[in-house]
Every structure is written in structure tokens, then in C-alpha cells.
Design a protein around this ligand. Structure first.
Ligand SMILES: *[C@@H]1O[C@H](CO)[C@@H](O)[C@H](O)[C@H]1NC(C)=O
Ligand SMILES: *[C@@H]1O[C@H](CO)[C@@H](O)[C@H](O)[C@H]1NC(C)=O
Ligand SMILES: *[C@@H]1O[C@H](CO)[C@@H](O)[C@H](O)[C@H]1NC(C)=O
Ligand SMILES: *[C@@H]1O[C@H](CO)[C@@H](O)[C@H](O)[C@H]1NC(C)=O
Ligand SMILES: *[C@@H]1O[C@H](CO)[C@@H](O)[C@H](O)[C@H]1NC(C)=O
Ligand SMILES: *[C@@H]1O[C@H](CO)[C@@H](O)[C@H](O)[C@H]1NC(C)=O
Length: 737
């Protein structure tokens, strides 16, 4: 495809817009609600915020979601292209200034269409005693029976046909594998059975492979995903049914596996597939019904109490079976192939600073129907763009800065579309992008808001959440009238219990490249569940259907609407405020706390190496001081001087960029942000100063001889972090010295 701009903006209007408010003269018939503002020829920030929050319409979101979930939309397939085209068409119809489909040619992974992946139990003579399900059983929604549904698979799990004993490895964490080694269970030559839920599945696959496993089976234990027992599962409840087998990628490095660091354009150099960061062993998801059958046959020592799940048997470690000479056979027929994935980019041009981008995004691809992940977010995004364009139609309002809407391709395979795009436009984005606001799913429950953010956006998110009416009538009755109130009540920050918990942005969705590689401040928000389960129970399964959302999670789509309104409100604040609403004090405070934390926990062991923490501590103080001085600059600023305004905004934008280390974190060239990078042991989480903390952890675990080179790495990275903290302080002033 690759068709380009259909530019329906009136350039006359646009040029008029550049000189400010005069543009409001050139409008269509205004609605009643905005007539007053038009008379004043001015929409204030608050007017726009109120408009956006009020205009979000739940029934539109429902209609968008119904449409998006009628078909599958697996990355790199015709179904994904249709979805991308539909989103592009919708944006054209809504009146977006520009809509682009941006293609990348990438390596994706699919199950064979004819030979299903299977797990078998074989007796000593090779006879098949049992075989796993090849698909997830249709339970409720008609589309669950579609003949287009692929066989169960894990993205990038290697093709192979392996046979061996079985070992139960709990969550497959580092500690779990260490426990097995101590218990005398040798992973080498076995097939590992591990539980989903505590670490990213690609990390489990990597650990299993490193230990010499022949293959990996993944299942979700009912203890983690169906805790209310067998009667309370989909479709009677939102808990996981026995036949569910969650899909998911097993690639560790984000983006296209063949074009690391560079965009997968036509001219790209592609590394040989053997060098790609994907598993060499077969990996396959199975249902807990199938896991029950396998575990029932397993013997060896009983697994420890904490490793037992809710299947009604005693879990054994293996590797032997109860029947002598039985073994497990894993056959995976996945194949990797070059295919095209599309990002869809829609732009509403800014009136004064069109080259400053406030970006909003969500991915378009899903493993199966994806009603929660990602289509709840796509539906919210389409409604939000509609609201902005309706406002534009009614009043001629354009944001001060451009709003850039992004529909990403092939996110499920490991942020493929968004990382390639970030790589392609890294220089421009680094100069022009103000922030990126991601909604991967709008809802995965209706209990409370859950937000991950760069600390610099925290205050703006709090302020927006305080403006959004609470969609939960019981909470309103209890006096908690806003989304913020319920968030603060149900998810207080353990350290500052008066505030809601704001999690540090880790990885796990399309903000990865923008936050962690080029330092664009990002946030990700959604309504979430009450943590009775380890995640959304239907995540990546066949049962993530429209019915799940429409009949169980969000009857009336009020929670979707709340997230849409919050998303829009935050975008307005960032796009419309004259001075960027960045919370420098929160950032400075966050950095000081994290710095002191390292000093308290590791100070002694670090100084025992004659490594000084003094410069690091000074740099944190330095940044705090710079932030305080910057307040004075802002207070004295002539806000009617556009160059002065642009200057401080440029300085504000440079703060996050300052923390980007071009070398990457120690041993991790794909993570550059020295403060917000997630810990390498779990790509989902967020840990401050992960490069320092991970190295200290490695030192702690290393043998005596291996410690020395690690201390050198630590000292070098500490100096880099110190340097970037000093840089962040310095960019808030006009001089270099
Ligand atoms: C879904 O999208 C198609 C294609 O744009 C359109 O014809 C149809 O009316 C839409 N249906 C719903 C329920 O929105
Ligand atoms: C805005 O107006 C244009 C031109 O009349 C129209 O095509 C578009 O659908 C309108 N958008 C919305 C969201 O109403
Ligand atoms: C584990 O088994 C492999 C052979 O499968 C063997 O080479 C290795 O030495 C064993 N490791 C231990 C710690 O026993
Ligand atoms: C658990 O298994 C035992 C023995 O197989 C059986 O008698 C019992 O009914 C099972 N309980 C449940 C809740 O399934
Ligand atoms: C909120 O979610 C629960 C399940 O967690 C569900 O039982 C309830 O009906 C939902 N509320 C709405 C308004 O959909
Ligand atoms: C630290 O410095 C002291 C004094 O110079 C020296 O004795 C000691 O060996 C050094 N320790 C390390 C780990 O380098």
C-alpha cells in the first residue's frame, strides 16, 4: 500500500491560524455550547478541557469496539492491514489534516496453518498416551468459533520436535531455576513447564534455553487467574476458563529482530536470522486443563508449598513421570517470515507550534480478537480524535502544538511498528516531540486507574485525573467524585499515602522506543482490576471478546469514557499550555530519593571498593538546585515574548533527553535512559537507575573472581549517570559553563 497524505486542511485557514486567534472568525456554524467562547474569540485551556471531557460519547466507543473486534487482527497479516486501513479511513472521515500509512518490512512469526503445535505424552515404546488441545474451545461469543483462528502458539517460539523428561519450574524466575539446581534437578535435556505471570515470557524462555532445556511450555495457573474456583470463569465471570491458552511473544529485544537500532525500511541491512534475538528452542502455551493432565503424570520430589497452584493435585518437580519411561514430546511448527506491518499516523496541525508534537497512541494488532488488548484502547483513540475534530469543526480551534495520533503495527511481537518508527524519526522526534501518551488498553477492569509515567508528567496526570468525573456511582456516593479520588483511595502510594500510586514507566508497550531510547517523556494509563489475579485473566486468549467487555467489564462503556477523557485532557494540557506543564520538582525529588536509596542500601559495599558516591550525590543536589532556579526564570518570564516562551520550553524538553546515554546501559545497548529503564530481569517493571542496581545485583551474585570486572562496569556507569544528572541540571540554563 503506502499511499500518502490526503491533506484536507485549508492552508489558508492554517496560515491564518499561525497568527493566532483570528482563525476563529473562519468557522462553520458554531454549536450553542461554544457560542460564548466564540463571541470572546478565545477558547481558554479550561474551555477546551471541559469541552473534551464532556464530548466523549460512550456509545461511539462501543460502536468502534464492536467493529474492531469483528475480525482477528494479528500483526503483519491481511487482517491487520484491514484494521490499519479502517483506522486511516476513519481519521480521514473525521477530518484529520494528514493521515499516513507507514510500512515496515519485518520478520514476524506464525503457526503453521495446517500442522498444529502439539504436546504429547509418550510411553516407553513411543505410543501417544495423551495429546494437548490445538486451539482454545469456543465457549460463548459466536466469533470464538471462527475458522480463521490460528492454532495456539507463542510468537517466535522456534520450530522443532523435541522429546524429553518434564520439569516443573514454578514461574521460571532466576530464583526458581536456582532452587531447582539446588534440589538436584538438572534442566539440561528436559522440557520445562512454567507458569505465566511473574516474569516476561521472553525472559523465561531465555533462562530455560540458557540452562539447556529442549523446550518450554507455559501455562496460567488457576491460583493466579481463576482464584474463585471452577464455577466463576468466563463466560460467567471475568476469570480464566480451563481451556484458555494465552499467546504472546518470546522475543527479548524490541522492534524488528533483523534490523537492530535502524528502521526496517527498504534500504535497511538485515542481519542473518540465526543472529536474531529470538529463542532457539520451541516454546508453546498450553491451557491449565492441559497442564493439569501433564502435572498429574509427573513424579519426582513434591514441589515446595509455595510452588503449588490451584490445580487439584500435588505438583511434583519431575523430571520423571509416574510411569517408567514416559516422556513428553513437544512439536512446534511455527515459521518466521518477512512481512509488512503498517503504522497509521494522523495529524491535527498545531496553530502556533506545529513542529512540536504531543503524541497519542495505541497499537492496532492483537493475538486474537483483542477486545481488551488493544482494541479497547483503539476505540478510545478513535473517539478522542473524533472529539478533537468535532471541536475543530465547531469552533476552528486548533491546539497550540500539533496532536499526532499513532496506531502502531505488530506491537504484540515486541513493539515492532513503534520501535521502527522511533528509529526512523529519532532525530526529529528528539528535537520536536513533547510527550507521548499511550493507551495500550483503555480498560482491563473497572476497579481503579493504573498509570505508569515518566516522573516529569506526574503532576499533569494527577491534575487531569482530578478533572474526570468518577464513572463508578458507588464511589461517587462515598464522596469520591473523581477518577483521581478512587485511584488515591484504592491504590495509594505506599510512601506518600495521600497520593495515588504513580508507577515508573517500564517497558511492555509502544512507549518503549520513545521513552527509553530517545527520552521523550511517556505515560501509559488504563482502568485496571483489583489485583485478585496476576493480570487481566483473559489477556491474549480467545476469550478477549467484545462480549467480555460489553457484558462483564464495562457495561455502558463509562470506564472507557473516563480513560478517553483523561487521555484527552492530558493531551490538551500538554498541547495547549504556553509553558509545558512538566513536574520538574517531582522529578528532582524522585531522583534524590532514588540516589539516597542506593546510598543507604549499597553505600558501604560501594565505598569498600574505594568508589566514591559523592559526585553522584552532588549531581542529584545540583539538579534539585537547577530546578529551583528555573522556577525564578519562569516567574520572571515575559510570556508574551514568543522566543522567550520557546526558549524555556526547549529547555524543559531537554531535561528528559539529558538522561539518554548513547552507549546504552551496561550490557544493554537497547536501553539508553539511565533513570527510567526497567530492570533487566523483568522487562515489564520500572526501577530507578536500573543500570546501577542491576550491576550491584550481579556483583552480589557473582563469584569472587567475577566481581572485579563488574565493579569496573559499575564505577564507569556511575560516572555516566553522574554526568547525565549534571547535564539535566545544565540544560535548564542558557549557558554551557
Ligand atoms: C465497521 O466498519 C465498516 C467499514 O468502514 C463499516 O462499513 C461499518 O458500518 C462499521 N460497522 C460498525 C458497527 O461500526
Ligand atoms: C468535520 O467536518 C468535516 C468537513 O465537513 C467532515 O468531513 C468531518 O466528518 C467532520 N468531523 C467530525 C468529527 O464531525
Ligand atoms: C546436566 O545434564 C547434562 C546432560 O544432559 C550434563 O552434561 C551436565 O553436566 C549436567 N549438569 C549437572 C550440574 O549435573
Ligand atoms: C480433587 O481431587 C480429589 C481426588 O482426585 C477429588 O476427590 C475431589 O473431588 C477433587 N476436588 C475438586 C474440588 O475438584
Ligand atoms: C466491573 O467489573 C466487575 C468484574 O470485575 C463486574 O462484575 C461488574 O459488572 C463491572 N461493572 C460494570 C459497570 O461493568
Ligand atoms: C582502597 O584503598 C585503600 C587505601 O589506599 C587500599 O588499602 C585498599 O586496598 C583499596 N581497596 C580496593 C578494593 O581497591
Amino acid at each position: 500500500m503506502g499511499w500518502d497524505t490526503k491533506c484536507r486542511v485549508s492552508y489558508v485557514l492554517y496560515a491564518v491560524g499561525l497568527i493566532g486567534v483570528i482563525m476563529f472568525v473562519d468557522v462553520n456554524v458554531p454549536s450553542i455550547s461554544t457560542r460564548e467562547q466564540l463571541r470572546r474569540n478565545w477558547l481558554s485551556l479550561t474551555d477546551v478541557e471541559d469541552y473534551v471531557v464532556e464530548a466523549v460519547n460512550p456509545s461511539n466507543i462501543r460502536t468502534f469496539l464492536r467493529n474492531l473486534t469483528l475480525n482477528l487482527h494479528l500483526g503483519g497479516t491481511e487482517n491487520e492491514w484491514n484494521t490499519a486501513q479502517w483506522v486511516a479511513d476513519t481519521w480521514q472521515q473525521q477530518g484529520m489534516d494528514e493521515v499516513h500509512l507507514v510500512p515496515y518490512k519485518v520478520l514476524l512469526s506464525y503457526p503453521s496453518a495446517s500442522n498444529p503445535n502439539q504436546v504429547r505424552l509418550l510411553d516407553g515404546s513411543g505410543r501417544q498416551m495423551w495429546v494437548s488441545a490445538i486451539k482454545q474451545k469456543p465457549l460463548y461469543a459466536p466469533e470464538e468459533s471462527s475458522s480463521d483462528i490460528p492454532f495456539n502458539f507463542n510468537g517466535y517460539g522456534a520450530a522443532g520436535n523435541v522429546m524429553g523428561p518434564l520439569v516443573y519450574a514454578h514461574y521460571g524466575s532466576e530464583e526458581d531455576f536456582a532452587f531447582l539446581a539446588n534440589a538436584g534437578v538438572n534442566i539440561s535435556g528436559t522440557i520445562v513447564l512454567a507458569r505465566y505471570g511473574q516474569s516476561f515470557r521472553a525472559n523465561i524462555a531465555q533462562r530455560a534455553e540458557e540452562q539447556g532445556a529442549l523446550g518450554l511450555l507455559l501455562f496460567s495457573d488457576p491460583a493466579d487467574y481463576a482464584p474463585a474456583g471452577p464455577d466463576f470463569v468466563y463466560p460467567h465471570s471475568y476469570f480464566m476458563p480451563p481451556s484458555a491458552a494465552p499467546l504472546g511473544t518470546t522475543k527479548l529485544v524490541d522492534g524488528d529482530p533483523l534490523t537492530p537500532f535502524y528502521p526496517a525500511t527498504e534500504s535497511a541491512f538485515r542481519i542473518p536470522e540465526e543472529e536474531a534475538p529470538i529463542p532457539k528452542i520451541p516454546v508453546q502455551p498450553i491451557s491449565y486443563s492441559d497442564a493439569f493432565d501433564l502435572l498429574s503424570e509427573l513424579s519426582g520430589a513434591a514441589a515446595p508449598q509455595t510452588w503449588q497452584g490451584d490445580l487439584n493435585i500435588t505438583y511434583h518437580l519431575g523430571p520423571a513421570f509416574r510411569e517408567a519411561e514416559w516422556s513428553v514430546n513437544l512439536e512446534v511448527n511455527n515459521y518466521n517470515t518477512m512481512t509488512t506491518t503498517y503504522n497509521v499516523i494522523g495529524v491535527l496541525q498545531g496553530r502556533e507550534e506545529p513542529d512540536r508534537y504531543v503524541m497519542l497512541g495505541n497499537h492496532l494488532d492483537s493475538w486474537l480478537f483483542g477486545a481488551v488488548d488493544p482494541s479497547s484502547g483503539t476505540a478510545a483513540m478513535l473517539e478522542l480524535s473524533r472529539v478533537f475534530l468535532q471541536l475543530y469543526n465547531e469552533t476552528g480551534w486548533r491546539p497550540r502544538r500539533s496532536l499526532v495520533f499513532c496506531g502502531w503495527g505488530a506491537e504484540e511481537y515486541g513493539m515492532v511498528g513503534s520501535v521502527e518508527w522511533t528509529e526512523q524519526f529519532a532525530k526529529q522526534l528528539s528535537n520536536r516531540a513533547v510527550a507521548y501518551l499511550n493507551v495500550d488498553m483503555a480498560i482491563e477492569g473497572n476497579y481503579t486507574l493504573r498509570t505508569k509515567s515518566a516522573p516529569i508528567l506526574t503532576e499533569a496526570v494527577y491534575q487531569s485525573a482530578r478533572r474526570i468525573p468518577n464513572p463508578n456511582p458507588e464511589e461517587v456516593a462515598a464522596g469520591r467524585t473523581t477518577v483521581y479520588d478512587t485511584w488515591a483511595h484504592r491504590r495509594p502510594d505506599p510512601v506518600q499515602p495521600d497520593f495515588p500510586l504513580m508507577q515508573l514507566i517500564g517497558s511492555g508497550s509502544d512507549y518503549k522506543g520513545l521513552q527509553h531510547n530517545i527520552g521523550v517523556p511517556c505515560m501509559d494509563t488504563r482502568y485496571t482490576h483489583d489485583d485478585k489475579t496476576l493480570g487481566e485473566p483473559m489477556y491474549h486468549t480467545l476469550y478477549e471478546t467484545f462480549a467480555l467487555v460489553d457484558e462483564i467489564y464495562d457495561r455502558g462503556f463509562k470506564y472507557h469514557s473516563a480513560v478517553t477523557a483523561l487521555w484527552g485532557d492530558l493531551a490538551v494540557k500538554l498541547a495547549e499550555s504556553k509553558i509545558l506543564p512538566f513536574s520538574l520538582h517531582i522529578y528532582a525529588d524522585y531522583i534524590s530519593k532514588a540516589q539516597k536509596n542506593i546510598e543507604e542500601i549499597y553505600g558501604q559495599i560501594i565505598s569498600s571498593q574505594n568508589i566514591s558516591l559523592e559526585f553522584f550525590a552532588d549531581a542529584a543536589v545540583n539538579f534539585n538546585k537547577a530546578v529551583t532556579s528555573f522556577d525564578k526564570v519562569l516567574n520572571g518570564l515575559d510570556q508574551n515574548n514568543p522566543l522567550a516562551v520557546r526558549r524555556v520550553n526547549d529547555q524543559l524538553m531537554l531535561v528528559e533527553r539529558s538522561f539518554i546515554d548513547p552507549q546504552g546501559l551496561p550490557g544493554r545497548s537497547d536501553y539508553n535512559h539511565v533513570i527510567t529503564a526497567p530492570s533487566k530481569n523483568n522487562a515489564y517493571g520500572g526501577t530507578a537507575f536500573a543500570g546501577l542496581v542491576d550491576t550491584l545485583t550481579a556483583i552480589n551474585e557473582a563469584s569472587k573472581n567475577d566481581k572485579k570486572p563488574l565493579w569496573r562496569i559499575f564505577a564507569q556507569h556511575l560516572a555516566a549517570v553522574t554526568h547525565f544528572l549534571n547535564t539535566a541540571a545544565k540544560v535548564l540554563s542558557d549557558d554551557l559553563w
